[in-house]
Design a binder for this molecule. Structure first.
Ligand code: 6GU
Length: 224
């Protein structure tokens, strides 16, 4: 899979994709993330990517020209399955969407900024609009990093233990059960005995019940 991110603040995205799982995915040739500076696609001498909104009102708008040029340039090199716009008024990201997107080949992600992008970008160039939650970030970059991470980590082979991504919170609409590691007792705080019993079936039941209990308490909406 290849993810191309178009942004006017590429510096915000240099760190995330060179670490841990995302780095491993790249080294294994399973997923590659490329960050493109929108300013490169401007043709005014100040490299402006934004302008005033028609009709007035506060805030600048990302203009259509550099965005269209950036997307056209990428599309001239390969086909894309999706052109996603990151925006707080998009459809809220969930595990189902990440699972679905992890099966795609190539994806473009456009990061919003200022008061947003010219609506014609959304009407004609974008296939999907995604938000990562009901709060506002100063730009789409961190949201794009969140989306890319959630997609890439579940590509088969990226995480060593393949079953590991399947036992994540949300994969079965349940939050994950608690986990413990050595030592079995620390400062008098003990690991639940069942987990050291070696009784597989009982451990599985215990984990399911804990997951259910945890979900009822923290996210009852997932059980509706
Ligand atoms: Cl995708 N962008 C911005 N700017 N804020 C957000 C968001 C996206 N998702 C939640 N808040």
């Amino acid at each position: 899979m290849r993810i191309d991110i178009i942004t006017c603040l590429p510096g915000l995205l240099v760190g995330p994709f060179d670490q841990s799982i995302l780095k491993i995915a790249k080294e294994k040739g399973l997923a590659e993330v490329n960050v493109h500076d929108l300013r490169i696609y401007t043709n005014n001498k100040h490299k402006n990517v934004d302008d005033y909104a028609y009709g007035g009102g506060a805030g600048m708008v990302l203009t259509i020209e550099p965005i269209d040029r950036a997307i056209s340039h990428l599309k001239s090199e390969r086909d894309y399955d999706e052109v996603i716009y990151m925006t707080p008024d998009g459809k809220k990201l969930n595990q189902n969407t990440s699972n679905e997107l992890s099966l795609k080949g190539n994806i473009i992600i456009l990061c919003g900024h200022y008061k947003g992008v010219d609506q014609r970008v959304r009407d004609h160039l974008i296939t999907r609009e995604i938000s990562i939650g009901d709060y506002v970030l100063s730009g789409g970059e961190l949201a794009a990093a969140v989306l890319a991470d959630s997609i890439i980590r579940i590509i088969p082979g990226v995480i060593n233990n393949e079953s590991s991504a399947l036992t994540d919170s949300f994969q079965d609409n349940l939050l994950a059960p608690p986990v413990y590691s050595r030592p079995a007792e620390y400062k008098g705080w003990k690991v639940p005995e069942i987990l050291t019993s070696g009784h597989e079936k009982k451990i599985e039941d215990w984990r399911f019940n804990k997951a259910l209990e945890h979900t009822k308490k923290n996210r009852p909406d997932l059980l509706d």
